[in-house]
Design a protein around this ligand. Sequence first.
Ligand code: AMP
Ligand code: MG
Length: 332
Amino acid sequence: MKKLSVLFLLLAVLLSGCSTQECRETELFAMDTLIELRIWGGEEGELSALSQELYRLAALFSATDEESPVYQLNLLGEASLPPEVLSLLRASLSLCELTGGAFDPTVYPLVKAWGFPSKAYRVPQSDELAALLTGVGTQHIHLDGSSVRLDAGCELDFGAIAKGYAAEHCAALLQEHGVQAALLSLGGNVQTLGTKPDGSSWVIGIADPDDPGSAIATLTFTGSLALVTSGSYQRAFTQDGVTYHHILDPDTGLPADSGLRSVTVICDSATRADAYSTALFVMGLSDGIEFYRQQDDFEAVFLTTQGEIYATQGCAQMLGGCSFEIIVREEG
Ligand code: AMP
Ligand code: MG
């Protein structure tokens, strides 16, 4: 398997680096992840403006930054939210409903109980999880214009969707600014924009869960797309020989044990791709295939704990470097 220069947490990266002179690149750390930005064309200050925009969004959606409106809402149980947070909350509510609650923005009390935000990892007892689960669910969120009230025990976490939103928002800004092509990589979230001046394809690696610095497969395509991976290898800790990862099943409060190691979603919208990848990881292969057949707005690559790779029919042509089964949209 070809070794790729894969980015930190990782879905991804390019076989096709900055091959032409017009390409500019920078790296920053925000949203708890390494972010790599590459653009072809655009003004001189484009990348620093983009970095500032990403820092702004990171501060806006953070559940841990004391200045953030999300932190304040979680602390006080009531807040007036700025329009962007309100709009991501509304999108999250509808994506929660669409995914049957597999993606749920109210899992934060569970995420904290496992110690993921603080990195003080621990395994909560089942009675502790049962008590916390009473606050989980979007029925505990009450919206009235820009005012939001949360029932006691309910707290919001945009960790499964904010990077996707940021990638989509930044791609739209770059497009407005006349940038010809861009590759934005925010941890497991990759967004491409346009076509590089030399016309070459984008080649994005899907991280090998056993060796996330290498690619287990590649996706090759042209044009603008979002590719988002959710994987159990991306954030996890081991206690008494058992490994616990960060994607929680909102029904049980436990790390989702659905037979998958990662799901990569390919979609026009990075926001939806991000929510879908988390949801599909929770659903597992069989429910994930059902969901795929109900929706017509994404394609996906599933890596199972058995080492199998399944790709939906719309991205099978893009996938290379591995053998895989094809999931068709219509049965029969
Ligand atoms: P992602 O890497 O996009 O799959 O998002 C995982 C992050 O979202 C975790 O680190 C948690 O902060 C949060 N999270 C965990 N499980 C869920 C879930 N089922 N729905 C929504 N957010 C979740
Ligand atoms: Mg996600």
